[in-house]
Design a protein around this ligand. Structure first.
Ligand code: CP
Length: 336
């Protein structure tokens, strides 16, 4: 039985393959009673469209149910600070709220984005660990400071669906412009996923947006074990040479992590980092565009790419539901 789904690094190649095979099987041969009577608690401390909807859809398709709690609802204000005297706005502490929410379900999914105040704290998953330490049920990381395993599993399946070669496949993870500093969870865990799949991965990013050394090292080790490679570049043409996939994502400047003004100053010069058709000129002819969504049109990617045949973002987003159905089936199914 699957107790936690937190990081693809916790799973063997065989286990990842089994989850993807199960996702494919559940798509072709639905099991509408597999999770009959089972409940998934969903705690969203950060916003969502796909994760929120795909987990609920997944539970219904498997015969179970789910409920959602988020600060946007009419819940009591939630406090998370340790040792605080609660004489302010917040009327409830996560130390009670999280175990109560978990107690209503058979498993719980939690989303809490990076606080982006301290890179050290975010890299250590300080807030997410504080939340999951309050749970005595199987739990799923629905995106934490540094991880987004549901997206990673769906992306792996998407690469398989499009027959993108594992060994010998060229994957470009490209930074893209965005008006706001965004977390590192998707780029860090996507880099690991492509490397773990055995691909030749290039991180294309401007100076100041290097991913943390430990993130690069983890990916390099995974790539070496899987017959792939990991490199960095700030040269778009060189990075895109022969690429099969460009996966665009914006992320915070690691040079100025937690310093909004310095980050803004650096990124303001970089609004030409918007993926457009000329980027693909040196790439493989059928090079595809991936993005986890939501994506800002005309900012991260040009309409022509997003609306054209290169884009596989809708298939990628649907795979979220199928990948999560496999995880839920393994976590809560009677045969789990
Ligand atoms: N990709 C993703 O996690 O989308 P949401 O933020 O909409 O859930």
């Amino acid at each position: 039985m699957l107790k936690t789904f937190n990081d693809l690094a916790d799973f063997s190649d065989e286990e990842i393959r089994a989850l993807i095979d199960l996702a494919n099987r559940l798509d072709a041969h639905p099991e509408p009673e597999a999770l009959k009577g089972k409940v998934l608690s969903l705690l969203f401390l950060s916003p969502s469209l796909r994760t929120l909807a795909s987990f609920q859809a997944a539970m219904v398709r498997l015969g179970g149910g789910s409920f959602v709690i988020s600060p946007d609802m009419s819940i009591h204000g939630l406090e998370s600070r340790h040792g605080i005297v609660m004489d302010g706005v917040a009327a409830e502490h996560i130390r009670e709220a999280v175990p109560v929410i978990a107690s209503y379900g058979n498993a719980i999914g939690i989303r809490a984005f990076a606080e982006r105040k301290s890179l050290e704290d975010d890299m250590a998953e300080k807030e997410f660990r504080a939340l999951t330490s309050l749970v005595d049920k199987p739990w799923i990381n629905m995106e934490s400071a540094m991880g987004h395993p549901c997206q990673n599993l769906a992306d792996w399946k998407t690469l398989d669906d499009y027959s993108v070669p594992a060994n010998g496949g060229k994957f470009v993870l490209s930074w893209a412009y965005h008006p706001k500093a965004l977390p590192l969870a998707v780029p860090a865990s996507t880099l690991y996923t492509a490397a773990r799949r055995g691909m030749d991965v290039t991180v294309l990013r401007p100076e100041g947006f290097e991913l943390p050394p430990s993130v690069m090292d983890k990916a390099r080790t995974a790539a070496e074990n899987a017959g792939g490679s990991v490199r960095e570049s700030d040269d778009r043409r060189e990075a895109m040479e022969g690429a099969h996939i460009i996966y665009a994502k914006s992320w915070s400047s690691t040079r100025h992590y937690g310093d909004r003004i310095a980050d803004q100053k650096l990124r303001n010069e970089l609004d030409d980092w918007c993926v457009d058709e000329p980027w693909f000129e040196p790439a493989a002819p059928d090079c595809r565009f991936m993005h986890c969504l939501p994506v800002r049109r005309g900012v991260v990617v040009a309409d022509g790419v997003l609306d054209g045949p290169r884009s596989i973002v809708i298939h990628e987003a649907r795979n979220r539901m199928l990948a999560q159905m496999a995880v839920l089936h393994q976590m809560m199914g009677d045969k789990a």
